[in-house]
Design a protein around this ligand. Structure first.
Ligand SMILES: Cc1cc2nc3c(=O)[nH]c(=O)nc-3n(C[C@H](O)[C@H](O)[C@H](O)COP(=O)(O)O)c2cc1C
Length: 353
């Protein structure tokens, strides 16, 4: 199968499987979708300087994410309402992660109970939205920690949900079993203080760590100075993300933001990236620009819609194969060798080539 074709087929199959309103919900970006488009395209504008004369018979894509050994740096980003994609929802996604030996980040708005996720054997992190009244969500995060979450991913780019056009809200109907099953008191009934926090500070990182005893990853960072503040506040990971172009439109692409964040905190915290990662070449490019781990949001969601857990495993396998191919052709035996592939290593662009 040729590179990229499987993605096109996956999107076609998901389109056929999903009702119009869910397809639009998943594929939409905020406002004019400028960040959505740019995040996709930006990876393909980076140019690589492959290494040669290296032994690449057995490239190894294995790594560790906060101490968790994984066969590939590609993991599953949090996406809400997975039960709209497939009846198995978050459970099926976790089953796929378990089968692939991958890591899955579960949305705090999941329609599956945390304790059920543990039964899959998957390694999972909880994605957390803090509420204006922190005491409303504290028990939810404590419950996730008890149920086996290995880290908390605090999403910090969503003081309000980004405006997306042409979302047919009426078509979603009753979401009781699909959305917010772990904290109905927060998502239903307009509880005062249950709206997203608009006063998050670095102190919330320490608060979450003290509450759960888990490492904290901060998701939605696009600036080196913010990344440094996260690390100073004790974050174990910084996740470069613009929410798949779903929050502030015209925010910089993650590909463009990644190098400065990596340079600021690499060695002090793990650096992750998401947004428009669709191929093994995108993954290699992200590693070259400083990422330790790479997350995909829409691709696993659409794979779940197109063929349940099995299709998600297939998608992860295809990305893995493409990454191995890209590592070989760029002269990288290990992931660390990819660091710096995107610059020539000389102060000036090479001449006379
Ligand atoms: C349908 C959908 C739902 C999402 N839900 C959440 C969420 O609940 N929490 C969160 O932090 N990010 C959420 N995201 C953002 C993803 O975690 C991720 O940042 C983004 O999808 C990455 O871009 P990609 O889809 O191009 O891979 C969602 C994205 C989509 C497409």
């Amino acid at each position: 199968m040729s590179e990229q074709r499987w993605q096109a087929r996956l999107w076609q199959d998901a389109r056929a499987a999903l009702p119009d309103h869910v397809w639009r919900f998943v594929t939409a970006g905020a406002r004019d979708e400028i960040s959505l488009q740019e995040s996709l395209e930006a990876w393909s504008h980076v140019r690589l300087y492959p290494r040669v004369l290296r032994d690449v018979r057995r490239p190894d894509a294995a790594t560790a994410l906060l101490g968790l050994p994984v066969p590939s740096p590609v993991a599953i980003a949090p996406t809400s309402m997975q039960r709209l994609a497939h009846p198995g929802g978050e459970l099926a996604m976790a089953q796929a992660a378990a089968e692939a030996g991958s890591l899955v980040v579960v949305s705090s708005n999941a329609g599956t109970r945390f304790e059920e996720l543990g039964t899959t054997g998957a390694a999972w992190w909880l994605q957390a939205y803090a509420t204006a009244d922190r005491s409303l969500v504290a028990p939810v995060f404590e419950e996730a920690a008890r149920a086996g979450a290995r880290a908390i991913v605090l999403t910090v780019d969503t003081p309000v949900p980004g405006t997306k056009y042409d979302i047919d809200e009426a078509a979603f109907g009753d979401l009781t079993e699909v959305y917010g099953l772990n904290h109905p008191q927060v998502v239903r009934g307009r509880t005062p203080g249950a709206e997203h926090a608009q006063d998050l500070t670095a102190a919330d990182i320490a608060w979450l760590h003290d509450l759960t005893g888990l490492p904290i990853v901060v998701k939605g960072v696009l600036r080196a100075d913010d990344a440094q503040r996260c690390v100073e506040a004790g974050a174990a990971g910084v996740w470069v993300s613009n929410h798949g172009g779903r929050q502030l439109d015209r925010s910089v692409s993650t590909c463009a933001a990644l190098p400065a964040v990596g340079a600021a905190v690499s060695g002090q915290a793990e650096v992750y990236v998401d947004g428009g990662i669709r191929s093994g070449l995108d993954v290699l490019t992200a590693l070259a620009l400083g990422a330790d781990g790479v997350f995909c949001g829409r691709t696993p969601y659409l794979a779940l819609a197109a063929g349940g857990a099995e299709r998600v495993v297939e998608m992860l396998d295809l990305l893995h194969d493409e990454l191995l191919d890209a590592l070989r052709m760029s002269g990288c035996a290990r992931l660390q060798d990819a660091r710096g592939l995107a610059s020539s290593g000389t102060p000036e662009p090479p001449t006379g080539l």
